[in-house]
Design a protein around this ligand. Structure first.
Ligand SMILES: *Cc1c(COP(=O)(O)O)cnc(C)c1O
Length: 371
């Protein structure tokens, strides 16, 4: 049912018994198998064992959790963070904390599923605005509300690789007295000169009320977090249900690996630079082929082919040529916009990317997408 990986995550992986160039993982900085991250995880395993076996608010809090929260706060340039076992839990934990019955959430139509789930759990009224459409957002913000208002958006949208227009959204949040929440799971480690995220990219730190993120993408580990003011995080700690009810908090070895990755990228921007160099190289070559990359401005590069059957077939044909790229279909993306999605990593070598582009060219011609 699933393809099976039999190697560490990296530019090349063993997938269903053969070596392929991996264009499908969220391993943006190529750090999931960095020797120092692996060593940090091993050391934490020796020191703290495997499972936490209790929620952090009972006896499952380890020093590495606190260290990770401090490091993340420094990296994100916020007062405080709270680490969850995954980004899904961060979203489903924080949104119901921020708003409830009588309040209104303004949500981008293409927001991540876990944001949608958090919104539904909150009991607040949910008003959806058209993707990145500021007059659509302003239209619903104008409608009268008695309770609190929360605007929520992805920073980087994971299916198209486009960015939320955060400066305009922040202006509307100010004008209509709404809190602004950004989920930057695909922006952290990617956007901004030091990989501090989409909010930093736009220089909006002081104007975003709360951010959520994942440690499972550029940070190469697994886990999630909420970032904001000390007051907000202190209030959230005893309240977030996905935090207090789980005896599966982030495992200490995963926290140690994430902490090591933050240390590495905080002092060495070459990973972020390499990611963008690869992104530009790949995107230029795809553009030259005349393929449709949609609206991407990030290392998420879709090649939109339209029909679902065609996307599946092309994914299979790439696999046969030693490349793995996921076919993405409805309901992940609207009908008629099925695509292959290429996730660029700092770990890819130029030869890998050349091989991928050559394979794309070959099968795009064979399938009549280009001549
Ligand atoms: C991946 C993702 C999440 C979930 O994070 P996990 O740590 O994988 O649970 C949440 N929001 C967005 C936008 C994501 O892309």
């Amino acid at each position: 049912m699933y393809r099976t990986v039999n190697s560490p995550q990296g530019a090349r992986i063993q997938l269903d018994g053969r070596e392929v160039i991996n264009m499908a993982s969220n391993n943006y900085l190529g750090l999931a198998s960095h020797p120092q991250a692996i060593q940090a995880a091993k050391d934490a395993l020796d020191q703290y064992g495997v499972g936490p076996t209790a929620s952090r608010n009972i006896v499952g809090n380890f020093p590495v959790h606190d260290a990770l929260e401090r490091a993340l706060a420094e990296f994100k340039e916020v007062e405080a963070t709270l680490v969850f076992n995954c980004g899904v839990s961060a979203n489903t934990g924080v949104i119901p904390f921020l708003v409830g019955k009588g309040d209104v959430i303004y949500s981008d139509a293409l927001n991540h599923g876990s944001i949608i789930d958090g919104c539904r759990l909150s009991g607040a009224q949910i008003k959806v605005y058209e993707h990145k459409n500021m007059s659509s957002l302003e239209g619903i913000l104008k409608e009268p509300v008695i309770g609190k208002k929360l605007i929520v958006t992805d920073g980087v949208f994971s299916m198209d690789g486009d960015l939320a227009p955060l400066p305009e959204i922040a202006d509307l949040a100010d004008r209509y007295g709404a809190m602004l929440m950004v989920d930057d799971a695909h922006g952290d480690g990617v956007m901004g000169p030091m990989g501090k995220g989409t909010v930093d990219h736009f220089g909006l730190r002081s104007r975003v009320y709360v951010e959520t993120g994942s440690l499972s993408k550029a940070f190469g580990s697994a886990g999630g977090f909420v970032a904001g003011s000390k007051e907000l995080i202190d209030a959230l700690r005893p309240k977030a249900r996905s935090f207090i009810f789980t005896a599966s908090p982030m495992a200490p070895c995963l926290a140690a690996a994430a902490l090591k990755v933050i240390e590495i990228i905080s002092r060495d921007k070459s990973y972020v630079d390499k990611l963008w160099e690869n992104r530009e190289y790949f995107a230029n070559r795809i553009t030259k082929l005349g393929l449709n990359m949609g609206t991407t401005v990030t290392p998420v590069i879709p090649v939109i082919v339209g029909e679902e059957g065609l996307a599946d077939r092309m994914s299979q044909e790439l696999f046969e040529r030693g490349v793995f790229a996921q076919a993405i279909k409805f309901p992940m993306v609207p009908k008629g916009t099925a695509r292959l999605r290429f996730m660029i990593s700092a770990g890819h070598r130029k030869e890998d990317l050349d091989l991928v582009v050559n394979a794309i060219e070959e099968i795009s011609k064979a399938n009549g997408l280009i001549s």
